[in-house]
Design a protein around this ligand. Structure first.
Ligand SMILES: N[C@@H](CCC(=O)N[C@@H](CS)C(=O)NCC(=O)O)C(=O)O
Length: 206
């Protein structure tokens, strides 16, 4: 049977979200790694495999193509336990996924990128890093407060919201330089995510 193909960037949290869900779901797929600075990335863009010039991109066996990590999560999660059935709970889940793209990724992932990718080093001024640290701590505090009395961001079991938020939170300390000791609930939630059957780390590639 034809397989799905995922074009994903090994070092990227956005791509990791999709690899993580596919692994948690036990789904087979072909993986094309497209890291910054590689020929594979250039080729994928040049041949229309990444129509929006960004990764991840999911190619379905029938030729249809999906961009945007959270849209891909939505597609893969539809009709499964990863998406609540109640419309309000679904909307709550989506609100966390929009929050992740609008407020979390644009700060926490950006700080990690400035610190980790040598080609961004010239943009990593002390002022910018300090501002991203301050803004990131506000975002992490919002997440920390949302976890009071609950194990998951939306409902009694993990949803796509947890996967979306986990993508860059799990390396906020190691790559982003955020001190997570002030966020014990997030730390426990990360451990809870890591204990799910089928869990893989960012650096695990299929
Ligand atoms: N909102 C998009 C963001 C995707 C994105 O920015 N991907 C970056 C890596 S994190 C990328 O592919 N960059 C390649 C490039 O700009 O050449 C998503 O969630 O999928």
């Amino acid at each position: 049977m034809a397989q799905m193909t995922l074009y994903s960037m090994p070092s990227s949290g956005n791509s990791y979200k999709v690899r993580l869900l596919l692994s948690l779901q036990g789904k087979d797929y072909m993986h094309i790694p497209c890291e910054y600075g590689t020929e594979a990335l250039t080729q994928a863009k040049a041949t229309g495999k990444a129509p929006l010039d960004k990764f991840p991109v999911l190619h379905l066996p029938d030729g249809r193509i999906l961009n945007e990590s959270n849209a891909i999560l939505w597609y893969l999660g539809a009709g499964t336990d990863w998406v609540p059935t109640d419309p309000f709970a679904q909307a709550q889940m989506l609100s966390w996924m929009f929050f992740e793209q609008n407020r979390h990724e644009s700060v926490i992932a950006v700080r990690a990128a400035l610190l980790c990718y040598p080609e961004r080093a010239h943009l990593a001024t002390p002022e910018r890093l300090a501002a991203l640290l301050e803004d990131g701590n506000v975002i992490l505090k919002l997440m920390e407060d949302a976890l009071v009395g609950r194990n998951w961001f939306c409902g009694a079991s993990p949803t796509l919201a947890d996967i979306a938020l986990y993508g860059y939170t799990c390396t906020a300390d190691t790559r982003g330089g955020y001190d997570m000791t002030g966020f014990p609930r997030i730390t426990t939630w990360c451990a809870r995510m890591a204990s799910l059957p089928g869990y893989v780390t960012l650096d695990h590639l299929p």
